[in-house]
Write a protein that binds this ligand. Structure first.
Ligand SMILES: *[C@@H]1O[C@H](CO)[C@@H](O)[C@H](O)[C@H]1NC(C)=O
Ligand SMILES: *[C@@H]1O[C@H](CO)[C@@H](O)[C@H](O)[C@H]1NC(C)=O
Ligand SMILES: *[C@@H]1O[C@H](CO)[C@@H](O)[C@H](O)[C@H]1NC(C)=O
Ligand SMILES: *[C@@H]1O[C@H](CO)[C@@H](O)[C@H](O)[C@H]1NC(C)=O
Ligand SMILES: *[C@@H]1O[C@H](CO)[C@@H](O)[C@H](O)[C@H]1NC(C)=O
Ligand SMILES: *[C@@H]1O[C@H](CO)[C@@H](O)[C@H](O)[C@H]1NC(C)=O
Ligand SMILES: *[C@@H]1O[C@H](CO)[C@@H](O)[C@H](O)[C@H]1NC(C)=O
Ligand SMILES: *[C@@H]1O[C@H](CO)[C@@H](O)[C@H](O)[C@H]1NC(C)=O
Ligand SMILES: *[C@@H]1O[C@H](CO)[C@@H](O)[C@H](O)[C@H]1NC(C)=O
Ligand SMILES: *[C@@H]1O[C@H](CO)[C@@H](O)[C@H](O)[C@H]1NC(C)=O
Ligand SMILES: *[C@@H]1O[C@H](CO)[C@@H](O)[C@H](O)[C@H]1NC(C)=O
Ligand SMILES: *[C@@H]1O[C@H](CO)[C@@H](O)[C@H](O)[C@H]1NC(C)=O
Length: 720
């Protein structure tokens, strides 16, 4: 074979019009090592080393004063990558090809030259032991690790040639970051070369980037290889930092740099926002409405800062947030900062709008972060007057302990929403969902934000007030109960799976037996079921027997808005999980319904038997003390009456609290008396008394608000 080649070569030299240079050689992927000299043949001579699917190639070229045309090939990609800069070299050098990459080296030289022929040695090896990364790197929209952080004990140089993953990306911007300041040769679309030095190197319309560095580690003291990461993006990292004045009714948009999916490294943006002087009517006040959509990422912060508030968002506070809230319309800064990192994804970004809106003075509720509750157990009841078309209320519930929260709106309007969010969850409930009590666990070391928002503008709605109730109690455990019995009344009660709405995490079955009073049956509304399809399921049985003939429904996957009924006063719910892939779990609402009997007299009053109450544990009674130094604008002075005027609201507010103290005492006594006296029927009694309460004067109205807002109400909560 070799002899034959020689003969061909000689023949070719004799006949000076060669079409193929026969000196050339291809190494297949199964040939793991070889070395040799290039041969001098007119028309050129080449060596091809095919890519291997499992190994890299370590190549040593000794140019001996000759230029060699360098190409790299990639299996799967038809394109050869011409290494222009490497082709200019004449010295000795090393290259590393990645798995799936190969070489093509041409020597294009007239044979009469008297220099030595270049020499090559190659070796296929598993890449791990090499300090440098492979020479050719295709850079796309995901972060590429060009060089790993490492400590090496010899002298060597690493070099990289970075090219766009596909040619379309040449209009993008490359970002290369490294552990220490380094110099990169960046070539743009016009093949203009820039030497850029720094920890962050970036260039738009880039074509390729070259890097070469000599590392000299001694045997005793190794050389530190710094990390090098690269990515290309079509996003812009320019800060939107021109100050803006928001005029009345106007909206401005602010997004994080690199929005929506490129995290700009070490970026720091600051935008100043000011508000035009409010020129509207006296009945209204101006507010800054912030609409926010954001996802957290470690090391990325943003905040809204003014002299009176500092609203900071980092991953200790939220993970995902999709909400809106009100702030004072004062001069503020929107700041955003990131770390020296490259990241592709929606995390770490925000999309914010700030809008100057006007709110009726008598519909002003607590602003974002203005009202914070430190109590472990509490109930907030807020009456939303019918005339408040636009209202935003915010409450912060301090972290600490596990809590079980229940939210409900009576007489809600169509677009009402409640948002609940903290470090690990973001829940949004609409008015349809809040017709029934909505329950969830708060298991977080961060504060929880609860907000109520209403915008009925333009839509004609019923003309009666709504009542928003937010209550929470300590949850000793958010895990599943192997077996629990719960007594039901005609008042709907919510049941949730362990950890809801965070993913449940247990193996086995959690069983809940619901028991309604005699002569009642049970109605159950499934609001939300989200369990691992097929593997996990929720089963509903008619009665206390869980054999299959009593199975009403077995649900797996996701379901919403289902209704189930029992025949008699018992229903059993089994929730089975195989312990992997936990999801939200379930939320359902159950209540007792009196069976239609000829002599139906006492339907309204649920009969709660002492025995069943004993089983379900202690009712929780909370009587809080009046907070005397409440300095915030509180919703307690919201007025139900349409006839109320806004003039002197502040006076009324303070006089209201003075009178309120006596009412409060009286009221508290009444409540304690009722609670102790009737102990178990207390809640129902209270509920019955509630609507009958005479609502005579404005002052009384306020007193009631204050009482309600400070939580001097009896709470009876059942746990499932
Ligand atoms: C390598 O594979 C080629 C075909 O792909 C075969 O012709 C050759 O004999 C193989 N060589 C060795 C050393 O296995
Ligand atoms: C090799 O050299 C000849 C003449 O020097 C030139 O015409 C030819 O284009 C070169 N080939 C390559 C691949 O550059
Ligand atoms: C590149 O551009 C071509 C034509 O403009 C288009 O067909 C192709 O989908 C693009 N490729 C990528 C990865 O965007
Ligand atoms: C208030 O200012 C806005 C914009 O600055 C303007 O459009 C509007 O007409 C003004 N209203 C009054 C009552 O002056
Ligand atoms: C984020 O905020 C925290 C606390 O305010 C600060 O310590 C940290 O340096 C910030 N991170 C960035 C990237 O600015
Ligand atoms: C950003 O938020 C605004 C208002 O919430 C919305 O209209 C817009 O579509 C959002 N932009 C993107 C790109 O999500
Ligand atoms: C309320 O939310 C539920 C569940 O997400 C949805 O099915 C329903 O359509 C919503 N109702 C309204 C009025 O938006
Ligand atoms: C209230 O709803 C109306 C109608 O949908 C809308 O035009 C307006 O922007 C909303 N206002 C606020 C403050 O969200
Ligand atoms: C629940 O009730 C069932 C039957 O009514 C009874 O067998 C069981 O012991 C009760 N379990 C508890 C924990 O009270
Ligand atoms: C239960 O669901 C049905 C049908 O979805 C609905 O009509 C009923 O009002 C719900 N019950 C309660 C207490 O919300
Ligand atoms: C179911 O309830 C009935 C009536 O309360 C009781 O007699 C029976 O023992 C219970 N069965 C089970 C399995 O708990
Ligand atoms: C408002 O006042 C009028 C007359 O003063 C009275 O008839 C009406 O009932 C009042 N409305 C309310 C909601 O109190």
């Amino acid at each position: 074979m070799k002899k034959y080649l020689w003969i061909v070569s000689i023949l070719l030299c004799l006949f000076p019009e060669p079409t193929v240079s026969e000196c050339s050689k291809t190494y297949f992927k199964n040939e793991s090592t070889d070395s040799g000299n290039f041969e001098c043949v007119n028309g050129g001579c080449w060596i091809q080393i095919d890519p291997s699917p499992t190994k890299g190639i370590y190549l040593n070229l000794q140019g001996k004063g000759n230029k060699l045309f360098m190409y790299m090939t990639t299996s799967g990609k038809q394109k050869q990558e011409f290494l222009q800069k490497e082709s200019e070299r004449t010295d000795e050098r090393y290259y590393l090809a990645d798995v799936g990459q190969g070489f093509l080296i041409k020597w294009n030289k007239s044979c009469y030259s008297n220099t030595d022929a270049p020499h090559y040695i190659f070796n296929r090896e598993i890449l791990d032991p090499y300090y440098c990364g492979p020479h050719l790197r295709y850079i796309g929209n995901e972060v590429v690790t060009v060089q790993k952080e490492n400590r090496a004990k010899s002298q060597f140089s690493c070099r990289y040639h970075m090219v766009p993953f596909d040619s379309n990306r040449s209009s993008e911007t490359i970002y290369v970051i490294s552990g220490t300041s380094n110099t990169f040769d960046v070539f743009d679309g016009n093949n203009e070369r820039y030497k850029i030095t720094g920890q962050i190197v970036s260039r738009d319309y880039w074509k390729y980037v070259d890097f070469e560095k000599q590392y000299s580690g001694t045997r005793w003291q190794g050389a530190d290889l710094e990390y090098i990461y690269a990515i290309t993006t079509k996003r812009s990292c320019v800060c939107q930092d021109e100050p803006v004045e928001v005029s009345n009714g106007q909206v401005i948009h602010i997004q994080s740099p690199g929005f929506p999916d490129f995290m700009c490294p070490s970026s720091k943006c600051e935008k100043r926002v000011t508000f035009s002087k409010y020129n509207g009517s006296d009945e209204y006040i101006q507010r800054a409405l912030v609409t926010l959509e954001a996802r957290a990422k470690t090391g990325t912060n943003f905040s809204l800062v003014s002299t009176i508030f500092d609203v900071r968002f980092d991953n200790d506070i939220y993970s995902t947030v999709f909400t809106n809230f009100l702030l004072e319309p004062v001069d503020m800064k929107v700041e955003h900062s990131t770390q020296l990192n490259l990241y592709h994804g929606p995390e770490g970004h925000f999309n914010m709008t700030i809008r100057s809106i006007q709110i009726r003075k008598d519909c002003a509720c607590s602003l974002f972060k203005q009202k914070k509750y430190d109590k472990q157990e509490h109930k907030i009841k807020i009456k939303i007057p019918a005339h408040c078309e636009l209202i935003f209320c915010d409450w912060t519930i301090a972290s600490g302990g596990k809590k079980e929260m229940t939210v409900k709106i009576d007489n809600g309007k169509e677009n009402d929403e409640v948002h609940i969010w903290n470090q690990n969850s973001m829940e949004k409930y609409n008015s349809t969902q809040l017709k029934q009590p909505r329950k969830l666990y708060l298991t977080t070391s961060s504060d929880t934000h609860v907000s109520f928002r209403r915008n009925t503008s333009g839509v004609l709605q019923q003309n009666f007030p709504s009542l928003v109730t937010v209550s929470w109690i300590t949850a000793s455990d958010t895990m599943c109960y192997k077996q629990s019995n719960v007594s039901l009344t005609t008042t709907p009660q919510a049941f949730i799976s362990s950890n809801y709405p965070l993913p449940y995490n247990f193996f086995g079955t959690c069983q809940t037996l619901l028991v309604a009073p005699d002569n009642h049956y049970i109605k159950l509304n499934v609001s939300d079921i989200d369990v691992e399809n097929i593997h996990d399921h929720v089963s509903f049985y008619d009665g206390n027997n869980t054999s299959s003939e009593f199975l009403l429904e077995q649900l797996t996957g996701t379901h919403q808005a289902l209704t189930l009924s029992s025949n008699d006063n018992m229903m059993t719910i089994n929730f089975y999980s195989d312990s992997s892939h936990g999801r939200r779990g379930y939320h359902f609402v159950a209540f007792a319904v009196a069976k239609p009997t000829p002599k139906s007299t006492e339907v309204a009053m649920p009969t709660m038997e002492e025995t069943s109450s004993d089983k379900l544990g202690k009712p929780t009674q909370i009587i809080d003390h009046l907070q005397s130094n409440d300095s915030f604008v509180d919703p307690f002075w919201l007025i139900e009456s349409k006839n109320a005027t806004t003039s002197g609201t502040d006076n009324l507010q303070s006089s209201g609290s003075k009178h309120g103290f006596f009412f409060y005492l009286f009221y508290t006594f009444c409540v304690v008396f009722i609670t102790i006296g009737t102990l178990f029927g207390g809640f129902a009694l209270y509920k019955n008394l509630y609507p009958k309460k005479p609502e005579t004067s404005f002052a009384n109205e306020m007193v009631r608000f204050r009482n309600d807002d400070t939580g001097s109400v009896v709470t009876i909560e059942n746990r499932c």
